[in-house]
Design a protein around this ligand. Structure first.
Ligand code: BES
Ligand code: MN
Ligand code: ZN
Length: 527
C-alpha cells in the first residue's frame, strides 16, 4: 500500500475525491460550518453515531462531500490506542468492498502527535497486508493507496515517515512468518537477508555448516543435525552511526520448523510451528525499517536458523554437547531447541562489544500461558535496558511485560552430566528458559523477549502479527539520537579525536562481523 501525507483542513477534505473518506471523530470536535462538521454534529445528535472508540457510521454519496463513501469513526478522547481501534474498525468495514483509494482524515483530532499518526498508519498497513506467496490465484489487493489528511503536514511529516518505514518492516516480518516451512527454509531466510543488503548501509554475511563448525557452535549444530535442510547463521549489519560506536545486537530465533525433534510434539496444531522463526522475521523486519529510515546508529542482526527434526542423526534426550562458550549442555528435551541455537548466537554477539543485546524468540509455551497474546515476556538483567524496552513497547502499542530472573529459578537447570541442562521441569517454564540464556549473556547488557504468545494468531485469523517489529524499531530510534552522545563519552571522544588526527584509531576499531579474529576466521557462503 502506498501512503501519502496531505494538509487537508476539514473544509478542504470534503472536496477531496476518493473511494472512501475515513473520518476519525474525537469526543471533542471544534465548532465549524463546513459540511463535514455539520454531518458529524447531526449524526451525533440524532443518536445514530457515537464517538466511542471504533463506533462507525457509514454514508454513501453524501451531498457536499466528494468521496464516494464516508465512514465516521469514533476515537473517544483521541489516544493512540483508540486511533488504532478506530482505524481497524474502519478498514474492516471497507474489506471486501471496491475502495482502492482511501483518505484517512486525522484533521479533527486536536493534539494528534506522532503516536496517533503511527497508530493510524500502522493499523492501515496491517489491514492492507495480504498473504499470497503460495496461492495459485493471486487477487490483487484492492486497497492500494491511503492519503493521510492532517491539519498541518509539515508538523506531521517526521511521524508519518517513521510510520511508513515501520509498516514496511512489519509487512516483511509478517510475510516471512507466514510462509510455510518448505517456502521459508534457512537458505531462503538467508536469501531474504541478502535482499535487505541491497538497501543503503545494510550488509549481510551468511555462514553455513562448515563456518559454524569452525566457530565451535556445538549447541546450534546439535539442533540442526536431524534435518536435511542445511543450517544458516545470518549476520546483518546496519552501519548508520560512527565507526567506533558500539552497536545494538538483535538476535532472532530462526527455527523454520519445530517438530520438537525426538521429544516430538503432538500432531494437533503442529503446523503452527512454521511460525517458530518469527523472532528471526522480526529482526529482518527491523532491518527493513532501518534501511528505510536511515537513523544514526549501528545495529547488528544475528539469526541462527535451522529446522528441528527427528531423524537417525538427530540429537537424543540425554546427549551432551559443547556450546561455543565452552559450557557443556545436557539436552534433556530436544523440544527446548530455541535456547540451544540462541546461546551460541549470544556468544557470537560478544565480538561486537555491544551496547546492548536483545534476543527475540518464540521460546516457550509457558509464556503463552503466563501472558497470553497481549504482552510479550521481557526478561533482563539490566534495569535501564528493561525500562527502555518497556517504554518502547508502550509508545509503539507493541506491549511487553517484565518477568523475574531470580537465581533460584535456575536451580532446576542443574545437571549431573554437564555444566547445565536445557530444561528445568514444567513450573515457571518461561523464566527457566530465560535463566538458561542468561548464562550466555554475562558480557553485555542483555534482554530477552519471549514472543511465543504475540508473534502469531491461531484459529480463523491464523497468521503472523509482525510483532515485535514496532517495539524494536521504537527502541532503536529512541537511541539513535543518543548515538551522538555516546561518541562524546571520554573513550569514544578520544577515538574520534584521534581519528581526526589520523593514526591511533586504526588500532581500536569496533570489531566487524567481516573482520573475525584469525582463530575464528570464516568464509561466507551463498544462501
Ligand atoms: N517453539 C516452542 C515454543 C512454543 C510452543 C511457542 C507453543 C508457541 C507455542 C519451543 O521450542 C518449545 O517447544 N518449547 C517447549 C519447552 C519445553 C520442552 C521445556 C515448550 O514450551 O513446551
Ligand atoms: Mn521446541
Ligand atoms: Zn521452538
Amino acid at each position: 500500500m502506498d501512503f501519502e501525507l496531505k494538509t487537508l483542513t476539514r473544509a478542504r477534505v470534503c472536496t477531496e475525491k476518493c473511494d472512501a473518506l475515513v473520518v476519525l471523530v474525537p469526543l471533542d470536535v471544534a465548532e465549524g460550518d463546513d459540511t463535514l462538521t455539520v454531518l458529524v454534529e447531526a449524526a451525533t445528535q440524532s443518536g445514530d453515531f457515537e464517538r466511542k472508540p471504533g463506533k462507525l457510521l457509514q454514508a454513501y454519496r453524501t451531498t457536499g462531500i466528494a468521496a464516494t463513501r464516508v465512514i465516521l469513526v469514533g476515537v473517544g478522547e483521541g489516544s493512540a490506542k483508540n486511533v488504532r481501534t478506530a482505524v481497524i474498525a474502519a478498514m474492516g468495514a471497507l474489506k471486501g468492498g471496491n475502495a482502492q483509494r482511501v483518505v484517512l482524515c486525522l484533521s479533527l483530532l486536536k493534539d494528534a502527535g506522532a503516536a496517533q499518526m503511527q497508530a493510524a498508519v500502522v493499523a492501515c498497513g496491517d489491514a492492507a497486508y495480504s498473504y499470497s506467496a503460495t496461492k495459485s490465484k493471486v487477487q490483487p489487493a484492492k486497497l492500494q493507496r491511503a492519503v493521510v489528511a492532517v491539519a498541518s503536514a509539515a508538523e506531521a511529516k517526521a511521524g508519518f515517515e517513521k510510520a511508513v518505514g515501520l509498516v514496511k518492516g512489519i509487512a516483511l516480518a509478517k510475510e516471512w512468518g507466514n510462509r510455510p516451512a518448505n517456502h521459508a527454509t534457512p537458505v531462503m531466510l538467508a536469501g531474504a537477508a541478502r535482499e535487505l543488503a541491497k538497501l543503503p548501509r545494510i550488509k549481510a554475511e551468511i555462514l553455513g555448516p562448515k563456518e559454524v563448525a569452525k566457530l565451535g557452535m556445538g549447541s546450534f549444530m546439535a539442533v540442526a543435525r536431524g534435518s536435511e535442510e542445511p543450517l544458516r547463521f545470518i549476520v546483518l549489519r546496519y552501519d548508520g552511526g560512527l565507526k567506533a560506536e558500539a552497536p545494538v545486537v538483535l538476535v532472532g530465533k530462526g527455527i523454520t520448523f519445530d517438530t520438537g525433534g525426538i521429544s516430538i510434539k503432538p500432531a494437533s496444531e503442529m503446523d503452527e510451528m512454521k511460525f517458530d522463526m518469527c523472532g528471526a522475521a522480526s529482526v529482518l523486519g527491523a532491518f527493513r525499517a532501518l534501511g528505510e529510515l536511515q537513523p544514526k546508529l549501528n545495529v547488528i542482526g544475528l539469526i541462527p536458523s535451522c529446522e528441528n527434526m527427528p531423524d537417525g542423526k538427530a540429537i537424543k534426550p540425554g546427549d551432551v554437547v559443547t556450546s561455543m562458550s565452552g559450557q557443556t549442555i545436557e539436552i534433556l528435551n530436544t523440544d527446548a531447541e530455541g535456547r540451544l541455537v540462541l546461546c551460541d548466537a549470544l556468544t557470537y554477539a560478544e565480538r561486537f562489544k555491544p551496547r546492548a543485546v536483545v534476543d527475540i524468540a518464540t521460546l516457550t509455551g509457558a509464556c503463552v500461558v503466563a501472558l497470553g497474546a497481549v504482552r510479550s515476556g521481557l526478561f533482563s538483567s539490566d534495569d535501564a535496558l528493561a525500562q527502555s524496552l518497556l517504554k518502547a513497547g508502550e509508545n509503539s502499542l507493541d506491549l511487553c511485560w517484565r518477568m523475574p530472573l531470580d537465581d533460584d529459578y535456575a536451580d532446576g537447570l542443574k545437571s549431573n552430566f554437564a555444566d547445565v541442562a536445557n530444561v528445568a521441569g514444567r513450573a515457571g517454564g518461561a523464566v527457566t528458559a530465560a535463566k538458561f540464556l542468561q548464562r550466555f549473556s554475562s558480557k553485555f547488557p542483555w534482554a530477552h523477549l519471549d514472543i511465543a504468545g504475540t508473534a502469531w494468531k491461531g484459529g480463523a485469523a491464523k497468521g503472523s502479527t509482525g510483532r515485535p517489529v514496532a517495539l524494536l524499531v521504537e527502541y532503536l530510534l529512541a537511541h539513535a539520537g543518543h548515538a551522538a552522545q555516546v561518541a562524546q563519552s571520554p573513550v569514544s571522544a578520544l577515538l574520534v579525536k584521534e581519528k581526526k588526527g589520523d593514526a591511533a584509531v586504526k588500532k581500536a576499531p569496533a570489531k566487524s562481523a567481516f573482520k573475525a579474529s584469525p582463530k575464528t576466521r570464516v568464509k561466507a557462503v551463498r544462501p
